[in-house]
Design a protein around this ligand. Structure first.
Ligand code: ITT
Length: 191
């Protein structure tokens, strides 16, 4: 019998799945990530941690999932915009998009273009368990223009040491991203 632990990743975002699958493969851990393509209702809460926890609780209580599962909520936080779009990153991306963020940042220079990406992974071991949270962040800056064609979402805007995430390969992004930092804490917990 296989001793590999099976965990279900619940997300509607195929890019997140690719990043996580590649990370697990690179780490050669005894874990298999299965994917359930499900779009959890978008909760309007003040932090990505709360969104992740409440989304996991929502799924735990309403959907008949027998195996351990996790999901994650991610957000781009820009201090010059008082943390916006933060937990509203999905809505903001769908509405004003990267061009809209660049417009909001017009005139901001130097330190004022600082930004932080944050991921909160929420893990539910069983139907009765309280979700456990694992948080990862990366600090960078908002580029003056969108650059690069890899990745997804805000990647063309998020610059880390001179390169946007969209200018990096998936492997390079995984070495430094908010998602990989949160996910590695989670992996350490479960393997
Ligand atoms: P699920 O909730 O189904 O997992 P989602 O795409 O809605 O998928 P989030 O709410 O976590 O995921 O994402 C909020 C927004 O931030 C959304 O527009 C994403 O495209 C974007 N985003 C999340 N992670 C990102 C990353 O690593 N790089 C760039 N943009 C990202």
């Amino acid at each position: 019998m296989s001793s590999r632990k099976k965990v279900l990743f619940i997300t509607s975002n195929a890019h997140k799945v690719q990043e996580i699958q590649e990370l697990v493969a690179a780490e050669s851990r005894a874990i298999t990530i299965e994917h359930l393509d499900y779009n959890c209702p978008e909760l309007q809460l003040d932090t990505v941690e709360e969104v992740a926890r409440e989304s996991a609780t929502y799924i735990r209580d309403r959907i008949a999932i027998k195996q351990p599962f996790f999901l994650e909520d991610s957000g781009l936080h820009i201090p010059a915009l008082n943390g916006f779009p933060g937990p509203f990153s999905a809505f903001v991306f769908r509405t004003i998009g990267n061009e809209g963020i660049l417009r909001l940042m017009a005139g901001q220079t130097g330190e004022d273009r600082t930004a932080t990406f944050k991921t909160a992974v929420a893990y539910c071991e069983s139907r009765t368990a309280t979700p456990l949270l694992f948080v990862g962040t990366v600090k960078g800056r908002i580029a003056e223009t969108a650059r690069g064609t890899n990745g997804f979402g805000y990647d063309p805007l998020f610059e880390f040491r001179g390169k946007t995430f969209a200018e990096m390969s998936r492997e390079e992004k995984n070495k430094r991203s908010h998602r990989s930092r949160a996910f590695m804490k989670f992996l350490t917990h479960i393997t």
